[in-house]
Write a protein that binds this ligand. Structure first.
Ligand SMILES: *Cc1c(COP(=O)(O)O)cnc(C)c1O
Length: 373
């Protein structure tokens, strides 16, 4: 039987094992925050931001950040319709309403012109999600945010390693969030990070993250607000420290996998993740979109993947098409593209022969480019 080609899995070496074992054996008592402090400090330095708070998930980091911005019932938060549900849930959890706008056909991310049109007096934030490692048009979004006095939040869960005009994804908005879930480029099993350059926002989220107890509070068990419990453990942070030491290697491996797909699928009428001028795509999730009008049966492709022991995944559904939300079929690109697109397996150690195996199945399901394409 053929070995299974997984969709994603972490790259774990002796370094991660050593740090995790050290944290489990020794990271208690006065050392119980050592790896957490180190992971935050090193992540901050990597990203080029002033403040970082390690969290139990990206979802938790988004929830606390939105709560600290005072987003609540009656408020609206604009985001792209094509997205993972985790960026929308915290909006609903704080009592606000996600407003889904269409994506751009080239970046697969928020269309800034539609963002501006969707702004109302109730708009309290714009969430820029760097989908699959692709980058949002941050210049345009930040300009719109500044013009209307609305904070731009960056959900960079999928964009470790992505760089926009010299700035790392997640470092440009009012705050940024990251995920270290086991499927992501850098992992701690479960985990996330909240980052910002705003000292007041940092203090507020730090207090929220500590069940409403301000740092420096000398009175024991004294909370001054209702907070959250979205902390990362020292053992997880130990694994994170090892992963962060290897970050360049981890991103390079993802980019190698992507580049191989790109050359192997070059004969097909498909578009893979873009890399615009003056940007770097961290290539978290190599994906392809079949050109409109080309016959393509995605379900047949996914079935063929399954028969070949390959994990293929559907592109994100428009969130507005899920049963909890009101459909927005006017988001034509989001609704049209998802049926023509697929994610490809992309773990760091995926070998050339296995990439060939995946591409053979894709080539059998997408007709080659006509000569005039
Ligand atoms: C993975 C992901 C999240 C959620 O991360 P968790 O750490 O699982 O909470 C949020 N946003 C995006 C864009 C993601 O890809």
């Amino acid at each position: 039987m053929k070995s299974r080609i997984h969709y994603t899995k972490p790259s774990i070496t002796g370094l991660e094992l050593r740090y995790a074992a050290d944290a489990a054996a020794n990271g208690w008592g006065e050392k119980c925050y050592d790896y957490i402090n180190r992971f935050e400090a090193e992540f901050k330095a990597h990203l080029g931001v002033r403040f970082a708070i390690a969290t139990s998930s990206c979802t938790g980091a988004l929830h606390m950040g939105m709560a600290a911005l005072g987003i609540g019932p009656g408020d609206e938060v604009i985001m792209a319709d094509t997205n993972w549900i985790a960026s929308a849930s915290p909006i609903v959890h704080v009592g606000a309403t996600p407003v889904f706008v269409d994506i751009l056909a080239d970046s697969w991310c928020l269309d800034p012109a539609l963002v501006e049109r969707a702004i109302t007096p109730r708009t309290k934030a714009i969430i820029a999600v760097h989908l699959y490692g692709n980058l949002c048009d941050m210049d345009a979004l930040l300009a719109i945010g500044a013009k209307h006095g609305i904070p731009v939040i960056e959900d960079a869960a999928e964009a470790v390693g992505s760089v926009y005009h010299g700035k790392r994804a997640g470092s440009m908005g009012r705050f940024g969030t990251f995920s270290f879930h086991g499927t992501k480029t850098l992992t701690t099993g479960e985990g996330g990070m909240f980052v910002t350059n705003d000292p007041e926002l940092y203090e507020h989220v730090l207090t929220l993250s500590n069940h409403g107890r301000a740092r420096g509070q000398t009175k024991q068990f004294w909370a001054t607000m209702i907070g959250f419990k979205y902390k990362m453990s020292n053992i997880q942070a130990a694994i994170g420290c090892a992963q962060l030491e290897r970050i360049d290697e981890l991103v390079a491996a993802k980019r190698r996998v992507f580049a191989t797909y790109q050359s192997e699928l070059a004969s097909l009428p498909v578009t893979l993740n873009p890399e615009a001028a003056d940007t770097v795509n961290g290539c978290w999730m190599p994906s392809f979109v079949v050109a409109a009008g080309v016959p393509f049966d995605r379900e047949a492709l996914l079935a063929a993947f399954q028969a070949e022991a390959i994990d293929g995944r559907v592109f994100f559904w428009p969130l507005s098409s899920l049963p909890m939300f009101t459909p927005c079929p006017e988001n034509r690109i989001a609704y049209d593209m998802c049926g023509r697109a697929c994610n490809l397996p992309s773990y760091h150690d995926l070998g050339e022969a296995d990439i060939q195996r995946v591409c053979e199945v894709v080539r059998a399901h997408v007709p080659p480019k006509p000569p005039s394409f």
